[in-house]
Design a protein around this ligand. Structure first.
Ligand code: ADP
Length: 570
């Protein structure tokens, strides 16, 4: 039966019970009222009529007047019409006979008085008869009332009991399944799909339970198939990560280690179980490498593992989802092979450039001798050829010098001779060294360097080398007959800034950040402008080794400005 029909039946049953109860009450009330009406009509009125007759008879001993006869006539007729009890008719008839006799006597007092007393006895008889009837009917009414009481009480009790049972059980009948359903839905929201509902009824709740069970079954199937594919993907990714040659460590946003591949585990010296699920800073307290990985942002690391020194480059990637950082991945790339090759290259360059310096110097020496008239005369063409060779030898010497400097920097063998010197000294040396080149291109160098400037703490040779390099570039990339400005000034933070500004073609913005990289040259340079691409890289190393910094500013068509700072001498 559906809930709707159950509700209808329950409430209908209660309604019928209430109706029965009311009907019984009305029935008994009617019966009581009928009993009371009967007493009033049958007996009380008789008592009234007979009393009225008695009053007239008892009024005095005188013969009855015409008026009194009229009263008795009227009441006697009424009584004749109101005979209800057994024996009452006979008494009433006798009273009528006596009364007629009294009428016949007409004033004979002795006979009338006798008749009157007979009439009185008859009246009393009728009265008694009716009073007995009243008493009897009263008993019947009382009996009816008590029966009514019992019946109405029983049916009211029944009604109350059923209504009470209904009131107590019905809310539970509706609410219990809903409660059960709510609890199961909560379980489902916690991904517990093994829940089943057991509603035995064949109403809407039964159907609801079945539908819910089907839903959880389907969800369970879906979850299992989803889980299987997620687990499969996870396994695949884990295998890929584990077979990688690089060490990889994954952390969540709370710095808990989520995974570490085999290479990472062997480098850190802990097993996967000892790493995963743990708070990384806790492990870092006792593990130098992990501490370095977490704290150190430097990109190169030297790690001693498996009885040999290896080099790794460290890369840290933030993992974000919906613009929220949810973790990071630290990758250690093994670059030992490249490092060794790089070292071999640097050593090779250092050896070659060092070895080349001697023959180039002897070529220059031989050229000097050839140019000397005491050795012999050379004609104009030969002199031109000698000058060309001298020029190339000078460039070769410069290149080998730069290569040697770079090798020194790369092998960490750069040695600085610090001292206090006035900026003017550096400026004078550099301008003097570059003057010949500037004159050749008719570029004038405007110097602004106050004598009041404080001394700088610097390596005179290296700084002069940097300034010559900047001036040489400025001249190289300037138009003929233009100006190069060399300005030295003091910064607010007590640093001294040397800047070289030209009015040449300028450098495109996209190349500015790469200018200080080794071997970088801005594309599309003309033949006479090509160099090694090492000058600015070495300049940066020299300046940073002296705790200064170097920067560039350029605008296409307007020229470039290179500037470096040095610390003031204490
Ligand atoms: P190079 O020995 O080739 O000059 P540098 O390291 O000194 O090497 O310069 C790197 C590149 O920067 C050059 O190839 C050149 O293209 C660009 N460059 C340097 N200085 C200037 C300048 N003053 N104006 C325009 N380009 C410049």
């Amino acid at each position: 039966m559906t809930i709707k029909n159950k509700l209808r039946t329950g409430i209908g049953f209660l309604f019928v019970l209430a109706l029965i109860c009311c009907g019984l009450s009305v029935y008994f009330l009617n019966r009581l009222s009928a009993d009371a009406g009967a007493i009033l009509k049958d007996n009380y009125k008789t008592l009234q009529y007979t009393q009225d007759i008695l009053n007239v008879i008892d009024a005095n001993d005188k013969p009855l007047s015409a008026k009194q006869f009229a009263v008795i006539d009227a009441n006697l007729i009424r009584q004749q019409h109101n005979v209800t009890e057994k024996g009452e008719q006979e008494l009433t008839d006798s009273l009528t006979v006596i009364y007629n006799d009294i009428k016949l006597y007409k004033g004979e007092a002795a006979g009338e008085s006798q008749l009157r007393s007979q009439a009185r006895r008859l009246i009393y008889g009728i009265m008694h008869l009716n009073m007995d009837a009243i008493s009897h009917k009263n008993d019947v009414a009382a009996d009816t009332a008590s029966r009514a009481n019992v019946l109405v009480a029983v049916s009211a009790f029944l009604l109350f009991t059923i209504a009470f049972t209904f009131a107590v059980n019905f809310p539970g009948y509706i609410a219990d399944p809903l409660k059960e359903l709510t609890a199961r839905i909560r379980d489902v929201s916690n991904r517990n799909y093994h829940q089943q509902i057991d509603f035995k009824s064949d109403d809407e709740f039964g159907e609801l339970g079945q539908a819910f069970n089907t839903m959880t079954k389907k969800l369970d199937e879906y979850e299992n198939s989803n889980l299987a594919s997620i687990l499969f993907e996870k396994k695949r990714i884990e295998t890929i990560i584990n077979t990688m040659q690089d060490a990889i460590v994954g952390l969540d946003e709370k710095m808990i280690i989520i995974f570490a591949n085999e290479v990472a585990c062997s480098l850190i010296g802990l097993t996967t179980d000892q790493l995963t699920g743990r708070y990384a800073p806790d492990i870092a307290l006792e593990n130098d490498l992990l501490r370095n990985l977490l704290v150190n942002e430097q990109s190169r690391l030297k790690i001693f593992a498996d009885n040999r020194e290896s080099f790794y480059s460290r890369e840290s990637l933030s993992v974000s989802s919906k613009s929220k950082v949810i973790g990071k991945v630290i990758i250690l790339k093994n670059i030992t092979e490249y490092q060794q090759l790089d070292e071999a290259k640097t050593n090779f360059i250092a050896t070659i450039s060092h070895e080349l310096k001697t023959p180039i110097s002897s070529i220059k020496m031989s050229l000097k001798l050839l140019e000397d008239d005491r050795i012999g005369n050379v004609n104009v063409e030969q002199r031109q050829l000698l000058e060309n060779i001298d020029d190339d030898a000078r460039r070769l010497l410069q290149i080998t010098g730069e290569l040697l400097d770079m090798a020194q920097v790369e092998t960490g063998k750069l040695q600085l001779n610090f001292g206090s010197t006035h900026p003017r000294n550096i400026v004078d040396y550099a301008v003097k060294a570059i003057k010949f080149t500037a004159d050749q291109k008719q570029v004038s160098i405007k110097v602004k360097c106050d004598d009041t400037l404080p001394e700088v703490h610097a390596d005179l040779d290296k700084t002069t080398w940097v300034l010559i390099n900047l001036l040489s570039n400025a001249i190289k990339y300037s138009h003929e007959k233009s100006t190069v400005e060399l300005i030295v000034k003091k910064h607010k933070n007590d640093e001294i800034e040397f800047s070289v500004k030209d009015h040449g073609k300028g450098i495109e913005e996209q190349y500015l950040s790469r200018l200080f990289e080794r071997y970088f040259k801005v594309p599309n340079a003309t033949a006479d402008q090509t160099g090694t691409g090492l000058g600015l890289a070495i300049a940066k190393d020299f300046i940073e080794a002296q705790s200064g910094h170097i920067e560039v500013d350029s605008e296409i068509g307007a020229g470039s400005r290179f500037a470096f700072t040095l610390k003031r001498a204490v």
